[in-house]
Design a protein around this ligand. Structure first.
Ligand SMILES: Cc1cc2nc3c(=O)[nH]c(=O)nc-3n(C[C@H](O)[C@H](O)[C@H](O)COP(=O)(O)OP(=O)(O)OC[C@H]3O[C@@H](n4cnc5c(N)ncnc54)[C@H](O)[C@@H]3O)c2cc1C
Length: 394
């Protein structure tokens, strides 16, 4: 029997859960199906909001300092319509500890979380693929495919989008796959021809055949999101990214592609976030399109709430039903709001229907004389930021 929670999945949400549990004095043991230090591809969740950094700082100020030191704070953001700038905003220079956000590739964030966890005394079982979960009155038993077993009073299932834990518990995901396919490519920085460090969104980029393109700078490179159109073959565009990328980069840019993939984003929320003594967190519980960067940021909010619930139920066993029900209610409501917000961003990007298209064209025209129209075009691809929780954006 393990004293503190067993956490299934050493992704960013599982690692954050373990670290936050240790900060509350709880032992934390993480099961991960991959071997230790297995490489993980792609920049994915680059954008960490200040709220997320502050949550992690409560457990490990050193980790928060490292994230802020290594992450990039964009000096500004811009939006273009068919090659013409319709909005630009510079951010005030910030003192590092007050960074409003940072942009860092997810694999590096995971490395830093893992190192902080090791320093804090988190223990790990690598190559441990959880396969069965047995709910008992006072504990939960997890069995791996190789027969190893772990028993603990609480389990946090942070095993990602394909969560075996969620499926074994029979918890459905409600939602659908929405919008157009996107091709997502990471390119390494070319020091001889640096790209702007600003986040730039292009509606109808003239050099991308009129497709929407988003450039997201992060420490060490850029992520480029290309929105496919009706007849595009996303698999081919992802397999040969340099064929379309080169024209979007300055002449002579090295165009070193470090990751390329394509997605049709799923928007779904689990029917419940708790069953027995198991709490779902992160992508095991919710999936959103990435525009607005809610996936990992809300996963860290789940981690903090799960640890609060487990700590309270541990010290006051009579409160267990209430705190787990609260976790389910609060985090599921936040997930529904986050899904709706990401859905609005996606609907704007795909501009389905003549009204949306006309509104965007009108705003692009009006932006020549009316800055508010440009601000509208600039903010819409990310959706509103509101989890419906006082003091929490996610
Ligand atoms: C293109 C793209 C861009 C994104 N951009 C952003 C962004 O800017 N900001 C943001 O907040 N989010 C973003 N996201 C979302 C973000 O990447 C995810 O929200 C985040 O990875 C979820 O973390 P997680 O720990 O819940 O799941 P995962 O990262 O999937 O980790 C799950 C872990 O569990 C392990 N595991 C799985 N099954 C088992 C098992 N049976 N037993 C043991 N271990 C298991 C896996 O190996 C993995 O290590 C983006 C996603 C994509 C695809």
């Amino acid at each position: 029997m393990i004293d503190g929670p067993v956490i299934v999945g050493a992704g960013p949400v599982g690692l954050a859960t373990a670290l936050l549990a240790r900060a509350r004095g709880l032992p934390a043991h993480v099961l991960e199906r991959l071997p230790a230090a297995a490489p993980k591809p792609g920049s994915r969740a680059t954008f960490l909001h200040r709220q997320t950094i502050q949550t992690l700082a409560t457990a490990c100020p050193v980790l928060a300092d490292q994230l802020v030191r290594e992450g990039l704070v964009w000096p500004g953001r811009g939006t273009y319509w068919a090659g013409r700038r319709v909005h630009h905003r510079c951010y005030e220079p910030v003192r590092p500890r007050l960074a409003p956000f940072i942009s860092l590739p997810q694999p590096r964030t995971e490395e830093l979380l893992h190192e902080a966890g090791v320093r804090a005394g988190v223990t790990f079982s690598w190559g441990a693929q959880a396969d069965e979960v047995v709910l008992q009155d006072t504990s939960v038993l997890i069995r791996a495919v190789d027969g190893r077993e772990w028993r603990s009073a609480f389990v946090v299932a942070a095993d990602g989008a394909g969560s075996v834990m969620r499926r074994r518990l029979g918890i459905p995901m409600n939602g659908d796959t929405a919008g157009a396919p996107f091709v997502v490519v990471d390119i390494a920085e070319d020091p001889a021809r640096p790209l702007p460090a600003e986040r730039v969104f292009h509606y109808r980029h003239p050099l991308a055949g009129g497709r929407n393109v988003l450039f997201i700078p992060f420490a060490g490179g850029h992520r480029v999101d290309l929105q496919c159109r009706g007849r595009d073959d996303p698999a081919r565009l992802a397999a040969e990214p340099r064929a379309w990328l080169r024209s979007l980069l300055p002449p002579g840019h090295a165009c070193e592609v470090t990751w390329s993939s394509h997605y049709l984003f799923r928007q779904a929320v689990a029917e419940t976030f708790t069953l027995g003594r198991v709490l779902l967190a992160g992508e095991a519980a919710h999936l959103y399109a990435p525009f607005g960067a809610r996936g990992l940021n809300s996963g860290i909010a789940d981690a903090a709430a799960a640890v609060d619930a487990i700590a309270e139920a541990g010290t006051d066993p009579g409160a267990r039903h209430r705190v787990l029900a609260e976790y389910d209610q609060v985090r599921r409501a936040a997930a529904e709001r986050n899904r709706a917000a990401a859905g609005k961003a996606l609907a704007h990007l795909t501009a389905a229907g003549p009204h949306r298209q006309a509104a965007q064209r009108a705003a692009a025209l009006a932006a020549r004389v009316l800055p508010r129209a440009g601000t509208w075009l600039d903010s819409k691809p990310y959706g509103p930021r509101d989890a419906g929780i006082p003091g929490s954006l996610y």
